[in-house]
Design a binder for this molecule. Structure first.
Ligand SMILES: [Zn+2]
Ligand SMILES: [Zn+2]
Length: 192
């Protein structure tokens, strides 16, 4: 097993800190509707044994390949996460309870833990560049490479009419109306 680490030293010498470094293969993950690929993750840190448990502290570095949210081109996303996990010899045949993972034959398996930590660290969306022009929703062209005028045509047709109306409508509906309605009630009470 490639992603396992022998922790027998830490189990034999509780209270002593053992440095470690290893490479972890991380499987693809389906996140936010897209398949994210991970480069092999570099894990470095320390092992600290305490009776039946071993604490793993350190960091994980890896690069994820995600699609640009606008043009779908692959973007390399560097990830760096802290590891702070506990492994135990006493799991009594049960599955990992979420807080403590199992030590099997004096080895710990960092596959699941690394993947979970890296997936949590993924950004919601990435852009290949801040000014990526994206794909044209009308003709589908990559607007970084092709300059079609579909969007400009659609925007100039709607701009100047829809936007100001929207804003006025929102303020009139949510802010002005309740007060003027109240005012009208007070005024009518006074008049009676
Ligand atoms: Zn892009
Ligand atoms: Zn277009």
């Amino acid at each position: 097993m490639a992603n396992t680490l022998n922790v027998s030293q830490a189990l034999k010498a509780p209270g002593q800190v053992f440095p470690f470094s290893m490479t972890i293969e991380v499987a693809d993950a389906d996140v936010f509707g897209e398949t994210v690929r991970f480069s092999p993750a570099e894990a470095t840190g320390t092992l600290l044994g305490a009776g039946e448990t071993v604490s793993v502290r350190g960091e994980l570095r890896c690069e994820a390949a995600m699609a640009c949210a606008r043009c779908l081109r692959p973007v390399a996303v560097p990830l760096r996460v802290e590891i702070d996990e506990r492994f135990s010899r006493r799991t009594e045949g049960a599955e990992d309870d979420g807080e403590t993972r199992a030590i099997v034959d004096s080895c710990i398996d960092l596959t699941d833990c690394a993947r979970e930590l890296l997936v949590l660290e993924l950004p919601m969306r990435v852009l290949c560049s801040e000014d990526c022009k994206g794909l044209c929703p009308v003709c589908g062209a990559d607007r970084n490479e092709v300059s079609c005028t579909c969007l400009e045509d659609a925007q100039s047709a709607s701009e100047g009419t829809e936007r100001p109306d929207e804003e006025e409508g929102r303020f009139a509906g949510e802010v002005t109306n309740p007060f003027s309605a109240l005012k009208a009630m007070i005024n009518s009470d006074e008049e009676v």
